[in-house]
Design a protein around this ligand. Structure first.
Ligand code: SF4
Length: 240
């Protein structure tokens, strides 16, 4: 956690590429520092640059809706971008800018250790699969070492092409299924110890087993989740 805070402070001070010149605020990313699920977009847009937070514009609103559709909140996941500073006029980031900023994304992945990473759009996909198209791999889980990648179209694509909205919603539903399927099966109930004929056990008070809060899954309604994590930090859902 301390590493992540220091890392994000380094991002805010960074001048390692030309994008530092035109930014209002760098946008390191935000969410649970122990998230199982990480979203990686392309780069900050106008609203993100002004607020220093990722996905706060119209595309961010759509992402929030998508998260809610699978029972997740922003604070359950971690959201960041390939480049942490806004490219002028929302142009695509140049390869040199992506290369200069890659160390921060690498360090975030190392610190957070997500189990599933969702590259949003072709630039993020290229971080792992430089020769593949997002149209081909979207909605299909890909194994990359210990991490499962689940590429999706960028939510902003739905703002420019309304026809993609349903496609993104359907792909997101598949992501929800992946997370549900990856959750561990409940531990088997302990078998009662065989009672020997010459032992008469003392009567135990009856009680209902109480599931630990961290075993609550993403499919549950938000009001069933512990919305106030300990010490004010968002509490990670155990999805695996
Ligand atoms: S985009 Fe990344 S490498 Fe470039 S100035 Fe911003 S934080 Fe530094």
């Amino acid at each position: 956690m301390a590493d992540l805070i220091a890392l994000h402070e380094a991002v805010r001070q960074c001048v390692d590429c030309e994008l530092a010149q035109g930014r209002t605020f760098a946008v390191p990313g935000e969410g649970s520092p122990t998230a199982d699920l990480m979203f990686v977009g392309e780069g900050p847009g106008y609203n993100e640059d002004r607020q220093g937070r990722p996905f706060v514009g119209a595309a961010g609103g759509f992402l929030n809706d998508l998260l809610a559709s699978v029972g997740l909140r922003r604070e359950d996941v971690f959201i960041t971008n390939m480049v942490k500073c806004r490219p002028p006029s929302n142009r695509d980031p140049f390869p040199g800018e992506i290369d200069a900023c890659a160390k921060y994304l690498d360090a975030q992945i190392e610190a957070i250790k997500p189990k599933v990473i969702v590259p949003l759009g072709r630039h993020a996909l290229a971080r792992w699969f430089p020769n593949e198209s997002i149209g081909k791999l979207r909605g299909k889980p890909q194994q990359f070492g210990d991490i499962t990648l689940f590429p999706l179209y960028h939510p902003a694509a739905a703002l420019h092409n309304g026809g993609l909205r349903v496609t993104i919603e359907e792909d997101f539903a598949k992501l929800g299924e992946l997370l549900r399927d990856a959750r561990p099966a409940p531990a088997p109930m302990a078998q009662p110890e065989a009672i020997q004929a010459d032992r008469v056990p003392a009567a135990e008070p009856m009680g209902s087993p109480v599931a630990p809060a961290l075993e609550q899954g993403p499919g549950q309604e938000p009001e069933q989740q512990d919305s106030e994590g300990q010490d004010g930090e968002s509490q990670q859902l155990s999805m695996f």
